[in-house]
Design a binder for this molecule. Structure first.
Ligand code: HAM
Length: 446
């Protein structure tokens, strides 16, 4: 009996016909990050468990409930990364990147793993594009990171995305806030979920992002961190707002945003889409000035963000945004008979060397079925090669969009003939190709 294996709950396959949507997002984020001076970093899929416990925090949902941890032989345990920041900072310290001049700016595109209750927009394996900037304490850096997210959203064509902004202060202002939170939640202790009863002692801030509906209802009227910010933290927050105003980026100050990870200090932000349901946070980030030191590096202020690519794609789809279409086959070589099939192989090799996207029959189909296949793969042109074409050395080149047919040499003139047709067709159908040609002063006045 065949093994009936299904995709694990909370994971997704990206099928070939959908991959172009991912490529669109990936190319926009890569290009935008590069334009802001970010370089790619690639890190392992798993790290020592202790890295996440120390950085993300032992009272967070991520560490307490959602990590995929395995033990290898020996006593070390490893965890599939639940996010990208901790591993990135580990790698930055380990590779001496902080000695190369500050600020350092890195970006990553990676998969993350969290054992959450799967639902629309919430997966167990998901993908993040993230950026981290190391070495700037200035609020201008906070604004810069937000500006990068903002421009990416714009370039993708996303609408109805609200930027929510908050400051959760530094360890000093947070100490007073902790006491206020404890005093507020203490009378409700018995009503809290068991995890939050424990958190009340260790880290009452975490009660504010508990996913339990009952706890959320209690937390609704809890004191606000913004009332406890020290002078420096307030000044930093004002500095950020001023920079955002200069950049013309709109935001809402939302004192309820605390983020679900422990490493944040001062600025935290979320970009929220109103079009994809309850899991609408498409990007989250903030400052984490103490993390590098916690992980053994020299004290260095830092900040970053990560976008959930599945949520970005959901939003793009729900808004009917456009994607960059995948390149399709330039020429399909249909053949009849063994000799013609050999000719097709020879022509395809020559044309591929010239950079054309060429395909031919590999399953022994009849001519009609080959034509059907060429249509299905959206081939731009088809050439049919049979005995008479082999004999005359010329064949008909069919433009699949217009149905027009022209003669094409199968011998030495083939590339010139095809090249001329292809150029004409691209000029008339491909906006990008035309402006590329025109930028060289060619084709002007056409
Ligand atoms: P985070 O808010 O936990 O932050 O995740 C960032 C983004 O990843 C979320 O806004 C969301 O779009 C996406 N995401 C998170 N969990 C899931 C899930 N289960 N399914 C689908 N998408 C999800 C971080 O991870 C921080 N490391 C961000 C950061 C970088 N802060 C500073 N630098």
């Amino acid at each position: 009996m065949a093994l009936n294996v299904k995709r694990p709950n909370g994971t997704q396959d990206v099928v070939p016909n959908e991959a172009y949507k991912w490529h669109t997002v990936e190319s926009v984020v890569r290009d935008s990050a590069a334009q802001f001076g970010f370089k790619e970093i690639r890190i392992p899929t798993f790290e020592e468990t202790g890295l996440f416990v120390r950085s993300v925090g032992d009272t967070t949902d991520v560490v307490q409930k959602e990590m995929y941890t395995v033990s290898s032989s020996g006593d070390k345990t490893y965890t599939l990364r639940p996010e990208g920041t901790a591993g990135t900072i580990r790698a930055v310290i380990e590779n001496g990147i902080l000695n190369e001049g500050l600020p350092q700016k890195v970006f990553y595109l990676l998969s993350c793993f969290r054992h959450e209750k799967a639902q629309k927009g919430r997966l167990r394996e998901f993908h993040q594009f993230g950026c981290e900037m190391l070495g700037s304490a200035s609020p201008a850096a906070d604004a810069e990171m937000i500006a990068l997210v903002h421009i990416i959203m714009q370039r993708l064509g996303l609408r109805n995305i609200e930027l929510n902004l908050n400051s959760i202060g530094c360890p000093e202002c947070r100490a007073k806030y902790r006491e206020a939170l404890k005093a507020y939640f203490e009378p409700h202790r018995a009503e809290l979920c068991p995890t939050c009863q424990e958190r009340l002692e260790k880290n009452p801030l975490r009660l504010l992002d508990c996913k339990s509906a009952e706890d959320q209802a209690i937390a609704k009227d809890a004191p606000l961190i913004t009332d406890y910010l020290c002078e420096e933290c307030s000044a930093h927050f004002e500095g950020l707002k001023k920079n955002l105003a200069i950049m013309g980026i709109e935001y809402t100050v939302n004192p309820r945003i605390v983020r679900g990870l422990d490493y944040y200090t001062r600025t935290v932000f979320e970009f929220i889409s109103s079009d994809i349901g309850s899991q609408g946070t498409v990007c989250g980030g903030g400052r984490y000035d103490g993390l590098i030191e916690t992980l053994g590096g020299k004290p260095t202020p830092a900040l970053g963000f990560a976008m959930g690519l599945e949520r970005i794609l959901l939003t793009l789809e729900s808004q009917g945004c456009e994607f960059i279409e995948e390149k399709t086959c330039d020429l399909y070589l249909a053949s009849m008979g063994d000799k013609a099939a050999e000719k097709a192989v020879e022509i395809a090799s020559r044309m591929r060397e010239e950079g054309f996207f060429v395909e031919y029959d590999l399953v022994g189909r009849g001519l009609k079925a080959q034509m059907k296949y060429a249509d299905k793969i959206k081939a731009k042109y088809v050439v049919v090669i049979g005995d008479s074409e082999l004999e005359s050395g010329t064949a008909k080149l069919k433009n699949m969009a217009s149905g027009e047919q022209t003669d094409i040499s199968l011998g030495d003139g083939l590339l010139d003939d095809f090249g001329a047709q292809y150029y004409e067709m691209m000029l008339s159908t491909d906006e990008e190709f035309r402006s590329f040609v025109e930028s060289f002063g060619d084709g002007q006045g056409e």
